[in-house]
Design a protein. Sequence first.
Length: 192
Amino acid sequence: MGDGRVEIRFSGSGGQGILLAAAIVAEAAAAQGEHVVQTQTYGPEARGGASKAEVIVARDEIDYPEVLTPDISLVLSQAAYDKYAGDTVAAGLLVYDSGLVDPVGAPETWTLCGLPFTQAAADELGKTVVANIVSLGALVAVSDVLPADSVEQAVVSRVPERFRELNAEAFRLGLRLAREATSAGPPAAPPA
């Protein structure tokens, strides 16, 4: 955490588990001894409408509990991208579901991490309902905001016992997808 305060916005359609993902990050940060504020906003249609949840993680006391310009934006639907992503800081990180979101108009100064969270959840785990946890794993892998083991512990503590192993697998899948994507790096230049 660069200057000691990181603002994260999670957004998607109602029903995609955005609020759970934010609550998991808040719990993991608190377990690390960080100061945390978590807020949420639903669209008027709740399920299906754009919704967002926000987390501020800080080393020092949080004097203003609202996220205005997130350092990190996680986006799981095109409607949420269109409505919320533009607030991301100029040098921000945008993590998005590449199967559901086209980051049209994204500034060149953003770091983009687009991965097929929903498709990977379906293909590898047989359950699209954990795409939010897959995306959370990717966010942790590319942001270094919190240690992965701390967030995985929060995942396991936040879900009902019968879903713990599925969600832990989903989190590890997201970590793996992001690490594979970042280790691949840009394609090598052709020989001269």
